[in-house]
Design a protein around this ligand. Structure first.
Ligand code: DND
Length: 228
């Protein structure tokens, strides 16, 4: 089964237009995340973005070394990769990339976007985030560079207001702001931190994460360190 898309061969599409061949500008989504663990909030946001922006595929990109996470337990990258794989495998339009898992050093989004742009510069790349992540974007590494290679889809998330995007105009500038596209998605007040808290307390995480992810966590005791 194809599940590593870092060597994309089939991205270039052509449309037949009255006999002339016109290169189609394909649109692809990138769903970056720590996925510690992945849950239905992530999956609903990715699917809603795929639908609304007519994306050919959404590629999930689990962070190897999250650039900004500190002060709490982050599961091993291979566990987070495999949980993400299990969560997306049944969706034909979802894929997964190891690019950040296999890259050493902090997993900066600017490097990842440059990577995908280089794979196929004819593709319109859309980086999907939740409202909380987009409102924090001014603190990201190489803020000037991240908008060069991608548009951003900012999915609504309970507790965060997409109206605050406008307030970042002064710091980011007009062009980057024009590349941020707010998107209302079905509200799911689920977070990875809430799931970790439930695991710590010995509470059920059923129906918050896909069943295969729930089983993977239990079988491998992925969050054992939290119970110590
Ligand atoms: P998170 O750690 O917030 O991921 O990271 C999101 C992305 O931002 C990753 O690709 C990071 O590498 C990148 N980032 C962050 C900070 C700095 C830099 C890059 C840098 O380059 O300097 P989570 O696993 O927590 O969540 C994944 C995504 O899903 C996030 O965008 C989050 O907002 C969203 N999300 C939801 N959206 C809608 N409803 C929910 C959600 N729960 C999470 N319930």
């Amino acid at each position: 089964m194809k599940h590593n898309v870092d060597k994309i061969k089939d991205l270039r599409g052509v449309l037949s237009n009255g006999g002339a061949m016109v290169k189609a500008r394909r649109a692809m989504g990138l769903m970056g995340g720590t996925f510690n663990p992945i849950h239905y909030g992530h999956l609903v946001a990715a699917e809603a973005a795929r639908d609304a922006f007519d994306l050919d595929q959404v590629i999930f990109v689990p962070s190897g070394q999250p650039p900004h996470k500190s002060g709490f337990f982050v599961a091993d990258p291979e566990h987070r990769y495999l949980m993400t794989f299990l969560a997306i495998v049944s969706n034909q339009r979802f894929e997964i990339s190891r690019v950040e898992i296999d890259r050493s050093g902090p997993s900066y989004t600017s490097d990842t976007l440059a990577h995908f742009h280089a794979l196929d510069p004819t593709v319109a790349w859309y980086f999907i985030t939740g409202a909380d992540a987009i409102l924090d974007i001014v603190s990201w590494h190489n803020t000037g560079g991240i908008f060069r290679y991608a548009h951003f889809i900012a999915a609504s998330r309970p507790g965060y207001s997409l109206k605050k995007i406008e307030a970042m105009r002064r710091q980011l500038g007009d062009e980057p702001i024009a590349r941020i596209h707010p998107l209302e998605v079905p509200a799911l007040a689920i977070s990875s931190s809430q799931i970790r808290e439930r695991l710590t307390a010995g509470l059920s995480i059923k129906y918050l994460v896909p069943e295969a992810v729930e089983h993977y966590i239990a079988k491998n005791d992925v969050y054992a360190a939290l119970k110590a």
